[in-house]
Design a protein around this ligand. Structure first.
Ligand code: ADP
Length: 439
């Protein structure tokens, strides 16, 4: 690199030496040295002024002409400026390309700063979310996307699962919101138009619901006739055939009603109203039914019900979920096994667990167990009379209540299925009684 200090020092030294030599020759070394230093300083000041003026003018003006180290200094600064310009240009190109590519995306992208203010967004955000360049920059995201469900989702800060909502400017469009954190608590919001996927999903659900509904009537007729025939005094082989037909038509009826229930549960992601659910009496009723179902196996069914708090939700759905888990335990646990039903509440919410000491489930199956028609052992499930939809129903009931189903199991040691309800659905019995009195 160019060394200015060194050049100025050697130039000054040279000036002093030459002035002294000339001064000694003409006999006035002191005056000559003083005059030379004044001229030298004036020259430096002049060059410095030129440098200052050049730097203050537009950076694109011509580099000032100069000799020696000042010339080299001007050239070095000009080269640095050029390098800087090239770097700025290339950064500008990168930003321009990023803006062009994100503008071309069909998904809305919004950058939100740590104070929840809108910082930047692409063109799709204007179409899908209604953002306006002139007025919305710097506004709070929650002022623009005011749906309480979005505000709750945004504030909660748990963005593992996306949120589905209608577009704030077009009710017919369904959007899927995803939020990712970056930098110092900044966020990127991506909103995707999933209207078409939703429509296809709706078509599928409608088809299953309609098909199940249509199958119901012929099945009822067939079963009615089979029952009538079985009441007659028929030859043995015919009787056996007919009773198998009756069993299978019963299975089909169960399947159809489970399919109908599942499509009803899928139709909306949340329960419509939350009413007090008599959890204790419900579990006791299910226990009695379980004892009847597993009569021949002589299971021991234990209850452990915490008295304190009450659950809000949809009673019939919760009954389906709980009974599916208990009846599974009865079906899969061998004779003389123990089944334990527990209900308790804590800070996280309310929990219902069904623990059995049956055959257990290999861990490789656990992630897929809540899918519809997923079975660990086809022959065992068919023998037990299951439809393959039980755990899918439980999963959807729990989702609609804002909760989840967890499964713990060890092969040969038994399984524990637990329904977890969120704390919002747990209230003290006193507060329920108060609201009932008000009514
Ligand atoms: P199914 O109608 O076949 O019981 P489910 O969805 O209720 O369908 O259950 C899915 C599978 O999970 C069952 O086929 C069975 O293999 C397994 N399973 C469910 N509950 C238990 C249990 N308590 N013990 C062992 N395996 C179970």
């Amino acid at each position: 690199m160019y060394n200015t200090n060194h050049s100025i020092a050697s130039n000054l030294l040279l000036t002093v030496v030459v002035a002294l030599i000339i001064g000694l020759i003409i006999g006035y070394p002191g005056w000559t040295l003083a005059a030379a230093l004044i001229v030298w300083a004036a020259y430096q000041v002049k060059q410095f002024n030129r440098l200052q003026q050049w730097l203050m003018r537009n950076e694109h003006t011509e580099v000032p002409e100069s000799e020696g180290y000042w010339g080299e200094l001007f050239d070095e600064i000009a080269r640095n400026q050029k390098r800087q310009q090239l770097r700025t240009q290339s950064l500008r190109n990168v930003i321009h390309r990023f803006q062009q590519s994100s503008a071309a995306l069909s998904d809305a992208i919004v950058i939100i700063d740590s104070q929840n203010h809108l910082e930047w967004w692409n063109r799709a955000a204007e179409h899908l979310l209604g953002m306006k360049v002139q007025t919305d920059r710097g506004r709070s995201v929650m002022n623009l996307l005011r749906d309480p469900r979005f505000v709750r989702y945004y504030r909660k800060g748990q963005y593992d699962e996306p949120l589905q909502l209608n577009s704030p400017i077009n009710e017919e469009k369904v959007l899927e919101y995803r939020i990712t954190r970056f930098g110092a608590d900044d966020r990127i919001l991506v909103a995707r138009d999933i209207t078409r996927i939703k429509q296809l999903e709706q078509t599928r659900q409608d088809f299953v619901a309609n098909a199940s509904h249509e199958l119901r009537t012929p099945l009822t007729v067939i079963r009615g006739y089979l029952e009538t025939f079985l009441d007659q005094d028929l030859p043995r082989p015919l009787q056996r055939g007919l009773s198998q037909m009756e069993n299978q038509s019963k299975r089909m009826e169960n399947l159809v009603s489970d399919l109908l229930l599942l499509s009803r549960l899928e139709a909306s992601p949340h329960i419509s109203d939350e009413l007090p659910v008599p959890v204790h009496s419900m579990i006791e009723r299910i226990r009695d039914d379980a004892l009847v179902l597993g009569q021949s196996k002589e299971h021991q069914v234990e209850l452990e019900l915490e008295p304190s708090q009450s659950l809000l939700g949809q009673e019939s759905e919760i009954y389906s979920a709980f009974s599916n888990l208990v009846f599974n335990a009865v079906r899969y646990t061998p004779a003389n096994g123990t089944i334990k039903l527990r209900w308790w509440t804590n800070k996280q919410g309310g929990h219902f667990s069904v623990q059995d000491d049956g055959p257990g489930i290999d861990t490789i199956h656990l992630p897929r167990l809540q899918e519809r028609f997923y079975r660990v052992d086809e022959s065992r499930s068919s023998d037990s009379g299951g439809t393959g939809l039980g755990l899918a129903i439980v999963k959807h009931v729990m989702l609609r209540h804002g909760g989840k189903l967890t499964i713990k199991s060890q092969l040969g040691k038994g399984s524990t299925f637990t329904c977890h309800f969120p704390a919002e659905l747990i209230t003290s019995k006193a507060s329920i009684e108060e609201t009932e009195d008000e009514d």
